[in-house]
Design a protein around this ligand. Structure first.
Ligand code: AHG
Ligand code: MN
Ligand code: MN
Length: 333
C-alpha cells in the first residue's frame, strides 16, 4: 500500500493544486505535531497526572480541566516560534496571544479549541482539538481581537484531531476533506481517507435531549417528527447518538452521516448559544460544507456570520444537507 504521510500530502497538494504555500504547510505540520503531543498527554491519563480540575475558570466562566490548560500551552509553545503566525486566539484565553518580539511574524492567524469535550476527559471518552486558520488582514493589529473577527468564509484551512481509540487528524484547505491516522510507532500522520463525503439524507441525529423543554418551536417540531419514526410524518425510524464531544459527534457524521444540533434554547439564549463561532462552529462548518454537508444556525449559514467577539456563541445545526435545510425551513415557517 502506498503510504502518504501528512507532509507528503501537503507537498503534493501544493504541487498539483497550488493550495498550500510553504508557510501554510509549516503551520499545518506544527499544528499536527501539537495534536500529537496532546494525544500523548491524553493517552497517559492518570499515570501522567493530567486528569481532573485545574482549579481555575476560563473567560467563559467554565471550570478548566488540567488538560484544557496543558493543551492550550502545548499549542502556544508549538506555534509561536515558527515565523508562520501573526497571532493566536483560544477558547482558554480572553484575549489574543501575541507572538513574542524575538520571533519573526507570519501572515496567518490561528484560532483553536485546544481540548474539546472536556466533560469526557475524566471518563475516558473521546476528546479532541479544533482549529481554524485565517489571514491577518493588511494593516490589522494581530494582538487585538478585531483582526480575528472575520466570517468563516475567509478561513484558509480548518481541521480537528480526535483522541479516541486511534488519533485522527481531519483537514480541509478548501479542496475537500482528508483524514489522517496517527501511526504511533512511526510518529507520523498517514492519509487514510480522502474526499470524505456526508450523505444528503440520514437516519441518525445528535442532540442533547435533556434540553428539550428549553428548545425553540422549530427544533422541537423537527426532533418530535424524528422521534415519531415510521408512523410519523417522516415515515422512517431515526437513531440517536450524543457523545458530548463535538469532535467525536462531527467525526461520526463525516464517517457515516447524520445531523448534529446544539441549538439555542431558553437557558442560553442571552449568550447566543453554547458553541463558540470562531474556534468551534466555523472550522466544523467549513469541514462539513467541504464534505457536501450544510451548516446553519437555523436562520443563517454559519460561515456567513459576522463575528462580534472572539468568544461569540451561536446555535449550530450541521451535517446531512437535506436535514439541515429542513430545520432551516421550519425556522422560516
Ligand atoms: P468544550 O469542552 O470545548 O467546552 O466543548 C464542549 C462542547 C462540545 O464539545 C459538546 O458538543 C458540548 O459542549 C456538550 O454539551 P452538553 O454537555 O450540554 O451536552
Ligand atoms: Mn469545545
Ligand atoms: Mn475546549
Amino acid at each position: 500500500m502506498r503510504r502518504i504521510t501528512l507532509s507528503r500530502y501537503l507537498i503534493e497538494e501544493q504541487r498539483e493544486k497550488g493550495k498550500i504555500n510553504a508557510d501554510l504547510r509549516l503551520l499545518i505540520e506544527v499544528v499536527a505535531r501539537a495534536c500529537k503531543s496532546i494525544s500523548v498527554a491524553v493517552g497517559k491519563g492518570a499515570i501522567g497526572g493530567v486528569l481532573g480540575e485545574a482549579g481555575s475558570d476560563n473567560v467563559q466562566g467554565e471550570a478548566q480541566k488540567k488538560l484544557d490548560v496543558l493543551s492550550n500551552e502545548i499549542f502556544l509553545e508549538a506555534n509561536e516560534w515558527g515565523g508562520h503566525l501573526a497571532g493566536m486566539a483560544s477558547e482558554e484565553m480572553e484575549l489574543p496571544h501575541a507572538i513574542p518580539n524575538r520571533y519573526p511574524q507570519g501572515e496567518y492567524l490561528l484560532l483553536f479549541d485546544p481540548l474539546d469535550g472536556s466533560s469526557n476527559i475524566d471518563i475516558n471518552v473521546s476528546v479532541g482539538t479544533i482549529f481554524s486558520v485565517l489571514r491577518c488582514p493588511e494593516g490589522a493589529d494581530p494582538t487585538q481581537e478585531a483582526a480575528f473577527l472575520q466570517p468563516g468564509t475567509r478561513q484558509v484551512a480548518a481541521g480537528y484531531a480526535v483522541y479516541g481509540p486511534t488519533t485522527l487528524l481531519v483537514l480541509t484547505v478548501g479542496d475537500g476533506v482528508a483524514c489522517f491516522t496517527l501511526d504511533r510507532e512511526q510518529g507520523s500522520f498517514v492519509l487514510t481517507q480522502e474526499n470524505m463525503r456526508i450523505p444528503e439524507d440520514t437516519r441518525e441525529f445528535a442532540i442533547n435531549m435533556s434540553n428539550l423543554r428549553h428548545w425553540e418551536a422549530p427544533v422541537r417540531r423537527y426532533v418530535e417528527e424524528l422521534l415519531a419514526g415510521k408512523e410519523g410524518p417522516r415515515g422512517k425510524d431515526f437513531n440517536m447518538r450524543w457523545v458530548a464531544s463535538m469532535v467525536a459527534d462531527v467525526h461520526r457524521i463525516l464517517t457515516r452521516g447524520g445531523i448534529f444540533m446544539y441549538p439555542t434554547d431558553a437557558r442560553i439564549r442571552d449568550q447566543g448559544g453554547k458553541l463558540r463561532l470562531l474556534y468551534e462552529a466555523n472550522p466544523m462548518s467549513f469541514i462539513v460544507e467541504q464534505a457536501g454537508g450544510a451548516a446553519s444556525t437555523g436562520r443563517e449559514r454559519i460561515l456567513d456570520l459576522r463575528p462580534s467577539g472572539l468568544h461569540m456563541r451561536v446555535p449550530v445545526i450541521l451535517g446531512a444537507k437535506n436535514e439541515v435545510e429542513r430545520v432551516a425551513a421550519y425556522h422560516r415557517d
